[in-house]
Design a binder for this molecule. Structure first.
Ligand SMILES: [Zn+2]
Length: 279
C-alpha cells in the first residue's frame, strides 16, 4: 500500500501523481521528504518535490541544470558503463553513472554516520560502490542494497535512501548543503587519472576525519559552552588549522550527528546550518 500524492509540474503545470510508502512519511521526524520526478514520468520535465509528514507538497524545484549536465556527460556515461564491465571503475565513472549529486550525498552521509540504503539493480555498480566507499568508511559495509523489485511496505526507511535509477523516493536526513563537497567533485572532474581521483577522495575524507577528531577533543576538554566561531579560532591558534566557514559548519554538523551530546556544547546562531537547501 502506498500514499498517492497529487502534484503538478512546476514548469508546465501538467498534473500527475506520485506514490510514496506511508512509512517514509511517518518515520521522518524532521525535515521534508524529497522525491525525484524524472523526465517523462509526468511530462518532459524533471523536477523534485518536497513533501511534509502529512503528505502535503511543500515545494518544488526544477532540475534543469542537472539535465544539462547529464546531456554534456552522456558520452562519459557511455564509456563509464562500458568500463563498468570491469570490477574497478574510476570515481569519475561512478559519478557519471549515479551523478555527482548522489555521489556527494553518499559521501556526506557516510561522514555524518547516517545509515544508507541504495536502490539499484546493477550488481557491478553496487560492487564498485562497496569498494570505493568501503575503503574509507568501514560502516559502509552496513549499507543496505535493495533491488527495485524487492520494494515493499515493510521496508525500513531510515537514513539516506537513494535510488540510482531516479524512479523512486530519495531522502536525506541531513538537509544541509554539502558545499565543501562541491570542491571535491570539481577536482575529481578535472582529473583524468583514476588513481588521482581516488587519492583526492581519500584525502578529502581523511582530512575531515582528522579535523573532526581535533574538534571532538577540544569540546571534550572545554568546561563551558563554545561559540562556533570561537572553535574556528582555537583550531587556527592552537592547531595551526585554518578552517573556512563552510568547512567549520560541516564539521559542526558532523558533531551534531556523530556526538549530539557534545554538539550541545556549541553555541551557534547560524540558522542556515539547519535550513533546507539541496545541492
Ligand atoms: Zn512539465
Amino acid at each position: 500500500m502506498s500514499v498517492s500524492i497529487a502534484i503538478n509540474c512546476p514548469s508546465c503545470q501538467e498534473p500527475g501523481k506520485v506514490n510514496i510508502p506511508p512509512d517514509l512519511l511517518t518515520k521522518k521526524s524532521t525535515g521534508l521528504v524529497t522525491v525525484n520526478v524524472p523526465k517523462d514520468f509526468i511530462c518532459e520535465h524533471a523536477f523534485q518535490i518536497f513533501i511534509d509528514r502529512n503528505g502535503k507538497v511543500r515545494g518544488y524545484q526544477n532540475v534543469d541544470f542537472q539535465l544539462e549536465m547529464r546531456k554534456e556527460i552522456k558520452e562519459t556515461v557511455k564509456s563509464a558503463l562500458a568500463e563498468l564491465k570491469r570490477t574497478d571503475i574510476s570515481i569519475q565513472g561512478i559519478m557519471s553513472i549515479i551523478t555527482s549529486n548522489i555521489f556527494l550525498r553518499i559521501t556526506k552521509c557516510s561522514l555524518l554516520g547516517i545509515p544508507i540504503t541504495i536502490i539499484s539493480n546493477n550488481q557491478l555498480l553496487n560492487e564498485n560502490l562497496k569498494v570505493t566507499f568501503g575503503e574509507k568508511f568501514p560502516d559502509f559495509a552496513k549499507t543496505q542494497f535493495v533491488n527495485e523489485l524487492e520494494y515493499n511496505e515493510e521496508y525500513s526507511w531510515t537514513g539516506l535512501v537513494v535510488d540510482l535509477y531516479f524512479k523512486m523516493v530519495n531522502q536525506d536526513p541531513s538537509l544541509s548543503r554539502f558545499l565543501i563537497g562541491q570542491g571535491l567533485s570539481s577536482d575529481i572532474w578535472r582529473s583524468n587519472d583514476p588513481v588521482t581521483q581516488r587519492v583526492l577522495f581519500q584525502n578529502f575524507v581523511e582530512r575531515l576525519n582528522l579535523d573532526y577528531n581535533i574538534i571532538e577533543q577540544i569540546l571534550k576538554n572545554e568546561m563551558e559552552k563554545v561559540k562556533l566561531a570561537t572553535l574556528g579560532k582555537i583550531l587556527e591558534k592552537s592547531f595551526k588549522l585554518k578552517v573556512d566557514r563552510d568547512r567549520l559548519r560541516f564539521l559542526y554538523e558532523m558533531v551534531q550527528f556523530r556526538n549530539p551530546k557534545l554538539a550541545a556544547k556549541v553555541v551557534t546562531f547560524d540558522n542556515r546550518i539547519k535550513s533546507m537547501d539541496l545541492f
